[in-house]
Design a protein around this ligand. Sequence first.
Ligand SMILES: NC(=O)c1ccc[n+]([C@@H]2O[C@H](COP(=O)([O-])OP(=O)(O)OC[C@H]3O[C@@H](n4cnc5c(N)ncnc54)[C@H](O)[C@@H]3O)[C@@H](O)[C@H]2O)c1
Length: 188
Amino acid sequence: MSNNLLQGKNGVIFGALDEQSIAWKVAERCSEEGAKLVLTNAPVAMRFGTINALSEKLNAPVFQADATSNEDLENLFKSATEHFGGKIDFVLHSIGMSLNVRKKKEYTDLNYEWMKTTFDISAISFHRVMQTLWKQDAMKDWGSITALTYIAAQRVSLTTPKWPSRRRCWRALPAASATTSAPGTRCV
Ligand SMILES: NC(=O)c1ccc[n+]([C@@H]2O[C@H](COP(=O)([O-])OP(=O)(O)OC[C@H]3O[C@@H](n4cnc5c(N)ncnc54)[C@H](O)[C@@H]3O)[C@@H](O)[C@H]2O)c1
C-alpha cells in the first residue's frame, strides 16, 4: 500500500544488482511511495546483474559509477542533480564486496591486497560518496544519507572473518562526516 510518503523526493540508490539485492527492494518501495530515483552501480554490475530491468520498471535512469572512483562519483551526482532538476533528498549506500569471501579465503590465509580493495569498496566508498556530495553541495537541507552495515561489525563471524574490521572502519567515520554535512543532513 502506498501513502505517497516520498512524493516529491529525489533519491540516489547504490547497489541494486538483481532481485535479491537489498537495494532493489528499497528502490521498489521508494518508488511505490512516490520518490523519483536514480539507480547506480559499478560498470561490471551492468554486465552481471539485471539492474536495467529495475530501471525500466521504475522509470529510473541508471548511471554507472565505481564507488571507489572520485571521478565516477562526481559525474554520477552531477548527472543525478541534472536529471532531478535540483538537489538530492536521500542517498542509499548498499555496497559490499569481498574478494577474500568470494574466493573462500579463511582468516589464516587472507590476501591483504584484496582486503584493501574490500575496504575501499565496502567502507571507504561511503565516505567518498559523502565527500563528493558535500563538495558539490548536492544534498538538500534535512536530507538523509544511509549505509547498510552487517552484524559482523559487532561480532566476530567465522564465515566472514574480515568483515568486523571493514565495518568498524566506516562506522568510525560517519560521525566526522555528519558534523560537516549540509544543515540537518542525517548520516546513518
Ligand atoms: N545480505 C545480507 O544478509 C545483509 C545483511 C546485512 C547487511 N548487508 C549489507 O547490505 C549491503 C547490500 O548487500 P546485498 O545483500 O544487497 O548484496 P548485493 O551483492 O546484492 O549488493 C552489493 C552491491 O554492491 C555493488 N558493488 C560492488 N562493488 C562496487 C563498486 N566498486 N562500486 C559500486 N558498487 C559496487 C554490487 O554490484 C552490488 O550491487 C552490503 O553492504 C551488505 O554488507 C547485507
